[in-house]
Ligand binder design. Structure first.
Ligand SMILES: C[S@@+](CC[C@H](N)C(=O)[O-])C[C@H]1O[C@@H](n2cnc3c(N)ncnc32)[C@H](O)[C@@H]1O
Length: 451
């Protein structure tokens, strides 16, 4: 693309794919075109993609108000050129106005519409002259909260109803910031190795083996390449730690394998079946995990966990179910644009089918951890309650005692254990909330089949 800086050209292509539902931002940002960029351009491309998606609702409101015919369906190329330009003008301080406008005009020339470039130029000039988004303090209405933080109103209404306005505000604030990067230290010298590569670290929220990256690009380090560290959200790691121990383990919805890796690390002598319905995701996971020191204990199985034929032979099942992902909007900002309220019922049906099926694989005395990265009760408590109602050979165990178990085993640091005890236990289940906790939102419930 003539006259367009590499970072903006890459960001534009990724945003276009996301708009056309041809991929997810987090995966697309790991493609070779991004890896080939300089570290500075990679950061800019990432900021442009994630920021534009995070603020899309607010950007579209401004853009629509300036269209001559606000109901016109814009060509996706024009839409993305406008969003990308408006995002830089309104939310980035260091981008010169001429670059934000001029390069969006160049991008808009990629359409057959010969008037598109002129329209993009005119609209972005008007946006450049508008005041930047104002302060967000003093919000007391749900609609204002949704608008100020560029979230769908229906979603914020649910959170206000379920968690209260202040907590909904914290979730929305968290979603609008880059998600923290957490690393798991896999070797004793891992922390030192990262420090030598100019990566600055702070302690994790809960887990002894976790560090939060405060400065530097871990993805470019040798420590990551040679397996001294892994990148994984701390909430996700916590779920896998709580899942616990077994000799025969089924990870029913396993890809991309973050939790499988911890199960394997914590249960080195176990036989683990890692199952996923997606061939592509399973293959990618297999490629990553089979070359690790803990890979040999894992058998990879392509299967639909809702229809598996299982004998009751597992002493541990992790059912990390597919879900709406509303606990991960900071990491996956486009979820809010794709999700519809009616989708939650479809998720519930699928989750009930999967959980109900994998409960059949638990032997007497065995345990099953059900988890999601959704904040919605329909995908969490209600799924568990429905599956427990369907049979009488399972009971739910409060996770308080599991927190004590992993605290006693030295997995949690003292402050982390206190935070978990005080803020995450709801009706015996575990719930992390983005913004309340500095990690993704997770839910977990532990079911056991008494011996
Ligand atoms: C939340 S992700 C799992 C994340 C994974 N446990 C980890 O920690 O990396 C859910 C996974 O479930 C898979 N999935 C969706 N429907 C499934 C089904 N019916 N059976 C098995 N896996 C399924 C998806 O392909 C996706 O990889």
């Amino acid at each position: 693309m003539n006259g367009v800086a590499p970072a903006r050209a890459v960001a534009f292509e990724i945003l276009l794919k996301v708009e056309r539902s041809a991929g997810n931002s987090d995966e697309l940002l790991y493609q070779p075109a991004v890896a080939r960029l300089s570290s500075q351009d990679r950061n800019l491309a990432t900021n442009l993609v994630m920021g534009t998606l995070r603020w899309q609702i607010a950007l579209d409101t401004r853009i629509t108000a300036l269209l001559t015919r606000p109901n016109t369906q814009l060509d996706p190329v024009v839409k993305i050129a406008l969003r990308l330009g408006a995002f830089q003008l309104l939310y980035l301080d260091r981008v010169p106005v001429y670059a934000a406008i001029g390069e969006s005009v160049e991008l808009a020339k990629g359409t057959a519409n010969k008037f598109a470039a002129g329209m993009v130029n005119a609209i972005l000039r008007k946006i450049a002259a508008q005041p930047k988004p104002g302060a967000t303090s003093g919000i007391i209405k749900t609609a204002d909260l949704a608008e100020a933080f560029a979230h769908p109103q229906w979603l914020v209404e649910r959170w206000v109803k379920n968690f209260g306005l202040q907590t909904a505000l914290r979730i929305c604030e968290y979603d609008q910031q880059p998600a923290p990067v957490f690393v798991r230290l896999m070797t004793r010298d891992a922390e030192q190795a990262l420090l030598q590569e100019a990566i600055e670290l702070a302690p994790g929220n809960f887990l002894v083996n976790v560090r939060r990256v405060t400065s530097g690009d871990v993805s470019a380090t040798t420590a990551l390449k040679n397996g001294r560290v892994r990148i994984q959200d701390e909430g996700s790691q916590l779920i896998a730690e709580i899942a616990g121990h077994g000799m025969r383990i089924l990870d029913a919805c396993a890809a991309p394998g973050g939790k499988t890796a911890i199960l394997a690390e914590r249960n080195p002598d176990a036989s683990i079946i890692a199952c996923d319905v997606s061939k592509r995701r399973l293959a990618k996971m297999q490629q990553v995990l089979q070359n690790t020191s803990y890979g040999p204990g894992i058998n990879f199985k392509l299967a639909d966990a809702a229809t598996l034929t299982l004998r009751p032979e597992f002493d541990l099942v992790l059912c990390d179910a597919p879900c709406s992902g509303t606990g991960t909007l900071a990491r996956n900002p486009e979820i809010r644009h794709r999700l519809r309220p009616e989708e939650l019922k479809r998720q519930y049906d699928r989750q009930v089918a999967i959980l109900n099926c994998v409960m059949g694989g638990i032997k007497a005395g065995g345990r099953l951890l059900y988890s999601t990265c959704s904040l919605e009760p329909e995908e969490n408590d209600l799924v568990v309650r429905e599956c427990l109602n369907r049979r009488d050979d399972f009971e739910m165990i409060r996770l308080d005692q599991e927190i004590e178990r992993i605290a006693g085993a030295g997995v949690l640091h003292a402050e982390g254990a206190d935070t978990l005890r005080a803020t995450t236990l709801v009706n015996g289940c575990l719930r992390t909330l983005p913004g309340v906790h500095a990690c993704d939102g997770f839910f977990a419930a532990l079911l056991v089949r008494p011996a």
